[in-house]
Ligand binder design. Structure first.
Ligand code: ADP
Ligand code: ZN
Length: 520
């Protein structure tokens, strides 16, 4: 068995690197000892070497499951460049290529074989691999195993069976995003007994973290894009139509912007992706269909035009910025509509009770991250089980959010909700509190209510912010999914009756109008 000293020497000789990065050493040591490993390490931390190096060190064949053909091609080329025998099998191979790969495999020439999960799930390939003899299995993007993850792929569920077919070979699962639930799910789906788990710090110190309530979204987005006019960036949106509108709007403003979503033809998608990869200064307005396996080191910003579905997805998406380690900016926009939409999506999903409960919990965590009042990075890392102090660099640390007792403001909102029959939305409630006699207010006779005009001391936007935070805090809930109206929760009743106090972020919301130099 090769020891770590030997491994380090090979790292230098084969890859030219002086030392392992922190997570790598632990994974490789465990791999060389023959243990099963689940490695959760951020994008760019160097997961590939965790199976590439052992494959070269102890010979035999390592089968690498990878969901993306383009990624396999890249890796095979990289391996050729450092002199490791590697090949790939996927739907893009010709018959001839396939035959050559099998011949090299049967002759024991190959160290690494990259295969797609679809290909491996079919029995014939697994049988041939078993015949050729496989030393170990490496499963990249292993979060795809988890039915509860954000990127479930059914073929991944077959991998445990494949592993058994291969004689229960040593298995390494690698992923860049897995919260505690996903980790447990991966471990139980792939491994007969608990694997050695390595969790590498999730902190990406070069990523700026900023969240803003959707105020004037196109301006908020453009402000970021304009600041990085010669660099590449991604703007994620929650619908296909919106990616197109965003791309068009940015183009009108003189930026080079393209759209990317699953509704476009494969050629169009490939074309836009190539432009993004090859040229500088391109903004991709995309759905989450874009980005997995995209390895562009100099993406300078990632903007979420809509609130992401959960923190795992959020983390993975912002993680596409700044892979070169240089500073990169991220901005996440969120609004009540996003929160309501995501809740509805979960409720409407054809899924079991347990799954829905987990999804709601995850969504709440995302909403909490939008509305937290302390360090953004600390909250993000805590979600992945990592303890840290305030970062001093995120939008909140750099200081404009202050928590204040907002029980009175909350009571005004809750009272307005109660008096109007628990079915009106944030805009109506804000108008009511501000004493605006709009048509709807008059039609419902709400100008005669005691709460009418009770909140003249705050702007409409400030009231909207309070409503949003009350919703995020679980003090208000949706009355009916369709009209965006609110009702009181049990806790709302407690606050209204003065049995519970409430702190909210009352300081001015960061907006696109805020001068960039004058923070706070
Ligand atoms: P991941 O799969 O975790 O996103 P990669 O395996 O693609 O990351 O590695 C990211 C980059 O880091 C690659 O360019 C790789 O060559 C480089 N790298 C990996 N390990 C080391 C190391 N020990 N020292 C220096 N660079 C490394
Ligand atoms: Zn911070």
């Amino acid at each position: 068995m090769a020891g770590m000293k030997h491994a380090r020497a090979a790292l230098k000789a084969v890859f030219g690197y002086d030392d392992f990065r922190s997570g790598q050493a632990e994974v490789i040591e465990a791999v060389l000892k023959g243990e099963d490993v689940l490695a959760v390490m951020p994008t760019g931390s160097g997961k590939s070497i965790c199976y590439q190096l052992p494959a070269q060190l102890d010979g035999g064949l390592t089968v690498v499951v990878s969901p993306l053909i383009a990624l396999m091609r890249d890796q095979v080329q990289q391996m050729a460049a450092v002199g490791i025998e590697a090949a790939s099998l996927n739907s893009s191979n010709s018959e001839d290529e396939g035959r050559t790969v099998f011949r090299r495999m049967m002759n024991g020439e190959l160290r690494l074989l990259f295969v797609s999960p679809e290909r491996l799930a079919g029995t014939s390939l697994a049988e041939r691999l078993a015949e050729a003899g496989v030393r170990r299995l490496a499963i990249d993007e292993a979060h795809c195993v988890s039915q509860w993850g954000h990127d479930f792929r059914p073929e991944y569920r077959q991998l445990a069976r494949v592993r058994a077919l291969l004689g229960g070979v040593q298995t390494i699962a690698l992923t860049a995003t897995a919260d505690a639930t996903t980790r447990a799910d991966i471990a139980s789906a792939l491994f007969p007994k608990p694997p050695h788990v390595v969790v590498q710090s999730f902190d990406r110190p070069n990523l700026g973290l900023r969240f803003e309530a959707k105020d004037r979204p196109s301006d908020q987005i453009e402000e970021v894009v304009a600041r990085h006019s010669r660099s590449s960036g991604i703007v994620y949106a929650s619908s296909r139509a919106r990616t197109e509108t965003l791309a068009a709007a940015l183009t009108r403003k003189g930026h080079r912007a393209l759209a990317y979503h699953a509704g476009m033809s494969a050629e169009e998608r490939a074309r836009n992706q190539d432009v993004f990869l090859q040229e500088d200064g391109v903004v991709m307005a995309a759905t989450v269909a874009f980005g997995m396996g995209i390895n562009k080191p100099d993406v300078r910003f990632v903007v979420h035009a809509d609130m992401p579905a959960g923190i795992e997805a959020y983390y993975q998406e912002i993680g596409r910025a700044g892979r070169d380690g240089l500073p990169a900016e991220t901005l996440t926009l969120y609004g009540l509509d996003d929160m309501a939409l995501r809740r509805r999506q979960i409720d409407e999903r054809d899924a079991g009770e347990e799954r829905r409960r987990i999804e709601h919990r995850r969504l709440s965590a995302m909403i909490d991250l939008c509305e937290v009042a302390t360090c953004r990075r600390q909250s993000l890392l805590a979600y992945f089980g990592e303890e840290s102090g305030p970062c001093g660099r995120c939008d909140l640390c750099s200081g404009h959010a202050v928590l204040e007792d907002a029980t009175v403001a909350a009571q005004k909102v809750l009272s307005a909700v109660a008096r109007t029959g628990q079915r009106f939305g944030a805009g109506h409630l804000a108008d009511l509190l501000r004493g605006e006699a709009t048509d709807t207010i008059k039609r419902h006779g709400h100008d005669a209510l005691k709460t009418f005009g009770a909140g003249k001391d705050m702007t409409r936007r400030a009231w909207m912010t309070v409503v949003r935070q009350l919703y995020a805090a679980g003090v208000l809930t949706e009355a009916d999914a369709e009209h965006g109206g609110f009702a009181l929760t049990e806790r709302g009743g407690e606050v209204l009756r003065g049995r519970e106090t409430l702190k909210l972020r009352v300081a001015p919301e960061p907006t696109a109008r805020r001068p960039r130099s004058g923070r706070g």
